[in-house]
Design a protein around this ligand. Structure first.
Ligand SMILES: [Zn+2]
Length: 155
């Protein structure tokens, strides 16, 4: 059932920056929109590599089991799953872990939790501001390059 539900697994090589700073998510089940009206979408697992890589190999298995468990839940919720899951975010997080544990990934889920609280979150708290600063600098440089290359659209 789950194999038929997840459409694609994609990986981002850069951090995701939001209003609150660096997004700490290592991976997520997210809708991949297939039209501009945002009405049609397919399920994707989106891995944020710079965060994912902060976890041990064992914890990474836990992360993927957790995401596939979200997909199992989403496939049961059916149409409108992104909104339904977002509305009960904390409960869905707990459920994904318990499904992954039921599948036999208990020690991997435990490694994921240990890494998250023991090293990943503390590291992101320390380095977060520098990561955000670098991302903003990169965006600024890219904009300048674009404007140099396309003086006709740059104002
Ligand atoms: Zn989750």
């Amino acid at each position: 059932m789950v194999e038929e539900f997840v459409f694609v697994i994609r990986a981002s090589t850069s951090y995701s920056i939001g209003i609150g700073g660096v997004d700490p998510a290592s991976a997520m089940l997210a809708p991949l929109y297939t039209d501009v009206t945002l009405k049609a979408y397919r399920p994707q697992v989106l891995v944020t590599l710079p965060i994912f890589r902060l976890f041990s190999a064992k914890a990474q298995i836990g992360i993927m089991a957790h995401e596939i468990a979200h997909a199992e839940r989403a496939s049961r919720l059916g149409q409108g799953w992104p909104e339904k899951m977002q509305a009960r975010y904390a409960a869905e997080e707990r459920l994904a872990n318990s499904i992954a544990i039921r599948w036999g990934f208990g020690k991997y889920v435990e490694a994921m939790r240990r890494n998250r609280h023991g090293s990943v979150n503390p590291m992101l708290e320390t380095r977060g501001p520098a990561i955000v600063h670098r991302a903003l600098e990169q965006t600024r440089r890219r904009r300048e390059e674009f404007c140099r290359a396309h003086p006709e659209v740059a104002k």
